[in-house]
Design a protein around this ligand. Structure first.
Ligand SMILES: NC(=O)c1ccc[n+]([C@@H]2O[C@H](COP(=O)([O-])OP(=O)(O)OC[C@H]3O[C@@H](n4cnc5c(N)ncnc54)[C@H](O)[C@@H]3O)[C@@H](O)[C@H]2O)c1
Length: 293
C-alpha cells in the first residue's frame, strides 16, 4: 500500500486528490493548517472504506516539516507520493501589496514546496523509494496579470523549482510534476486577502470574488484526476483546463501577447462586474456542480 501525503487536503483540490488516491487503495495523510477540517475529511474517507489520517501542518513553517516527515516515517514508513498542494491566492497590485503580504505569499505558495520537497526527497532517497513529488503551480505562472503579481511570481518559481528538482531526482528514480490548473471551482479566492482594504472591505471582497469563483466551469475533481494521471505517467508539466493550455502555449509563442492580455484585467473592472455576476450564482452553480466535477 502506498502512502500519499496531500498538503491542503482539507478543502478544494487537495480534498479531491486525497479522496481519489484513497479510493484507489492508497493510505492518505491530509496535512492542513485547518486541523478540524482535515479531521472531517479523513473521517469521511474512512467512512467510505478508505484509509486516511489528519495532521496539523502549517506548510510555511520549515521546522514543522522535519517533525512531520519523522512522524510519517515512524507511523507508516517512507512516503511514496507527496502532493504539495496547500496554497493561498492573495490579490493586489505590485506596489500596493506590502512587503509582509509578498512574504506571506512566497512563504505559503513557494517555500512550502521547497521545504516539503527537500525533506521528503531526502526520505525517499534514503529509503530507496522510487516515489513522486507533485507541486501545484498554476496557469498564473504563464500570465503576467495586474491583479495577482505576488501569486503569479510564486507560482512561476514553483514551476521552475519543480523542473530543477525533476532533473536532479531523475537518477534516484523519483518523479516530479508541476500541475498548472486554470480556473477551478474552489474557495481559493474566498480564503485570500486583497491588499489595501480595510477589514470590512476585505470581508466583502472575499465573499464577492469567492462567490464568482463558483462560476468556474471545472471542479476540483478534474485536477485530482490530472494529478493521479501525472504520477502514473511521470509527466513533467501538466496544464489543466483549456485556458491553462492556451496560456501555456501563448506564453511560449508570444510573451508580448500574454503581457497585452494581462493588461486587460483591472480591479476597477472586477469591482464593476462583481455585482452583475453575483445574482447569476444561485441559478448557475447547482447546474455546474451537476454537469462538471
Ligand atoms: N482553484 C484554482 O482555480 C486554482 C488554480 C490554479 C492553482 N491552484 C492551486 O491549487 C492549490 C489548492 O487550491 P484550492 O483551489 O484547492 O484552494 P482552497 O482554498 O480551496 O484549499 C486550500 C487548502 O490549503 C490549506 N492551507 C492554506 N494555507 C495553508 C498553510 N499555511 N498550511 C497548510 N495548509 C494550508 C487550506 O486550509 C485549504 O484546506 C493551491 O496551491 C492553488 O494555488 C488553484
Amino acid at each position: 500500500m502506498r502512502t500519499v501525503i496531500v498538503t491542503g487536503g482539507a478543502a478544494g483540490i487537495g480534498r479531491a486528490t486525497a479522496e481519489l488516491f484513497a479510493a484507489q487503495g492508497d493510505r492518505v495523510i491530509i496535512a492542513d493548517i485547518d486541523e478540524p477540517a482535515a479531521i472531517v475529511v479523513a473521517a469521511a474517507i474512512t467512512a467510505a472504506g478508505g484509509l486516511a489520517h489528519a495532521y496539523r501542518l502549517d506548510v510555511a513553517d520549515e521546522d514543522r516539516w522535519q517533525e512531520f516527515a519523522d512522524w510519517c516515517g515512524r507511523e507508516f514508513g517512507p512516503a511514496d507520493i507527496l502532493v504539495n498542494n496547500a496554497g493561498v491566492m492573495d490579490t493586489g497590485g505590485f506596489a500596493e501589496t506590502s512587503a509582509a503580504q509578498w512574504q506571506r505569499t512566497i512563504d505559503i505558495d513557494l517555500m512550502s514546496i521547497v521545504h516539503g520537497s527537500r525533506v521528503f526527497a531526502r526520505q525517499m532517497i534514503d529509503a530507496g523509494v522510487h516515489g513522486h513529488i507533485v507541486n501545484l503551480s498554476s496557469a498564473a505562472a504563464f500570465f503576467p496579470a495586474r491583479l495577482i503579481p505576488a501569486y503569479a511570481s510564486a507560482k512561476a518559481a514553483v514551476l521552475m523549482a519543480s523542473q530543477s528538482l525533476r532533473v536532479e531526482l531523475r537518477r534516484h528514480g523519483i518523479g516530479v510534476t508541476a500541475i498548472c490548473p486554470g480556473a477551478i471551482r474552489t474557495d481559493l479566492l474566498a480564503h485570500g486577502e486583497r491588499a489595501g482594504l480595510s477589514d470590512s472591505e476585505q470581508a466583502a471582497w472575499r465573499s464577492g470574488t469567492g462567490s464568482v469563483q463558483q462560476l468556474a466551469f471545472a471542479g476540483p475533481d478534474k485536477v485530482a484526476r490530472a494529478i493521479e494521471r501525472a504520477v502514473r505517467r511521470d509527466s513533467a508539466v501538466v496544464p489543466v483546463n483549456p485556458e491553462a493550455w492556451l496560456a501555456y502555449g501563448l506564453f511560449r509563442l508570444s510573451p508580448a501577447a500574454m503581457r497585452l492580455a494581462g493588461r486587460l484585467g483591472s480591479f476597477a473592472l472586477a469591482d464593476a462586474l462583481l455585482p452583475r455576476v453575483q445574482p447569476l450564482l444561485p441559478r448557475v452553480q447547482p447546474l455546474l456542480n451537476r454537469i462538471t466535477k
